[in-house]
Write a protein that binds this ligand. Structure first.
Ligand SMILES: Nc1ncnc2c1ncn2[C@@H]1O[C@H](COP(=O)(O)OP(=O)(O)OP(=O)(O)O)[C@@H](O)[C@H]1O
Ligand SMILES: [Mg+2]
Length: 333
């Protein structure tokens, strides 16, 4: 299957007047139609910048140097003009942000915002676009959609606003839905409902979904594959359930040990990974996790670990840790 969104060897440097940061350092990912890829990692590991950077959605007020390859349905998107990229982004990629107000205009009623998006990207007439907007509201689980059509964003609760933003993202009939921490601001019940909605849309439309999250429970429910990012580099990548139940990279192991057991109701005894992520403005050679790693060897400080395929579980896993990979080879021949 060919990837609908494919990013390779991505390097993104961010410059502010005071610091320069290598936010993404040679990372890549791909997502296929009908598949959900989850991207996890601590705050600041580069999840958002890596996923949205190639689409031209980058932090404001910083200068950016972006290198690598990125394609949408086989088309190179890094060479597009800002105008063409913006047009492609609207129709091909639907983005759900943590804060619905970053996507919705507070001055305009919800329904007309959806209708405008449907008119623009689906080429619908004004009347058909209005119908489509109402049906998108209903599909996103908003009760009484005819009434909600004429509401302003501030008249909706947090959960309803999040649903309205999902409806807005779907109005363009995207091929890739990117959900960046879609539920962190919501309470647990609404979180579960929003995740169920994303899963339902994904099943019905067969679109590709990229879920950026801190929520390992959400990964276990939604994701086919998971990618673990550490300080702008991929630590481990593989089938979600395999990685969650049998992590290989010491960082993935630490990350999973630091969250309550996603399979048990009343988890206890979680452990934090000691230390802090490295300062990405001053990075040493070698493995970026070495300072915090309980398996560290002297060689880890010298050379950057390559991402290597290892057969474990149902599909190949890719892991960037020569120390544990050496043990795998000894253990499994
Ligand atoms: N506006 C900005 N100015 C300067 N540096 C930034 C800015 N936005 C992000 N960065 C840097 O880029 C790196 C990656 O940030 P990114 O937002 O992609 O992380 P993230 O994994 O999405 O984190 P979170 O889980 O908190 O959303 C971090 O080191 C961060 O400090
Ligand atoms: Mg982020």
């Amino acid at each position: 299957m060919s990837a609908v969104y494919d990013v390779k060897d991505l390097v993104i440097d961010l410059y502010t007047p005071t610091v320069s940061v290598r936010a993404v350092d040679g990372a890549g990912f791909h997502v296929d139609a009908g598949e959900t890829l989850a991207i996890v990692g601590e705050s600041g590991s580069g999840k958002t910048v890596m996923t949205l950077g190639p689409l031209g959605l980058l932090p404001e007020g910083v200068a950016v140097d972006l290198r690598g390859q990125a394609s949408a349905d086989g088309q190179n998107i890094l060479d597009l003009s800002p105008r063409d990229l913006s047009a492609l982004r609207g129709g091909f990629f639907g983005v759900i942000f943590q804060d619905p107000m970053s996507a919705l205009n507070p001055m305009l009623k919800i329904g007309p915002q959806l209708a405008e998006q449907a008119r623009r990207f689906q080429g619908l007439s004004a009347e058909a676009a209005r119908k489509e907007a109402v049906s998108l509201l209903a599909r996103s689980g908003i009760p009484d959609p005819e009434d909600r059509f004429d509401r302003y964003p501030h008249e909706l609760s947090g959960g309803m606003l999040q649903r309205a933003m999902i409806a807005l993202a779907l109005a363009a009939r995207p091929r890739v839905l990117i959900a960046d921490e879609p539920t962190t601001a919501l309470d647990a019940t609404v979180q579960a409902q929003i995740l169920a909605l994303i899963r339902q849309i994904q099943k019905e439309d067969g679109i590709a979904v990229i879920l950026i999250t801190h929520d390992i429970g959400a990964v276990s429910v939604l994701a086919d594959r998971v990618m673990v990012l550490y300080a702008g580099q991929v630590a481990e990548e593989g089938p979600a359930l395999d990685v969650l139940t049998d992590p290989v990279h010491p960082y993935t192991r630490g990350l999973l040990a630091s969250v309550p057991d996603f399979r048990s109701e009343n988890a206890t005894g979680t452990r934090e990974i000691p230390g802090l992520p490295p300062n990405q403005a001053r990075l040493a050679a070698g493995c970026r996790f070495a300072e915090r790693c309980d398996r560290v060897q002297p060689a880890c400080h010298k050379r950057r670990p390559a991402l290597v395929a290892v057969h474990r579980g149902s599909d190949p896993r890719r892991v960037a840790c020569p120390v544990v990979l050496a043990e795998e080879v000894i253990a499994h021949g």
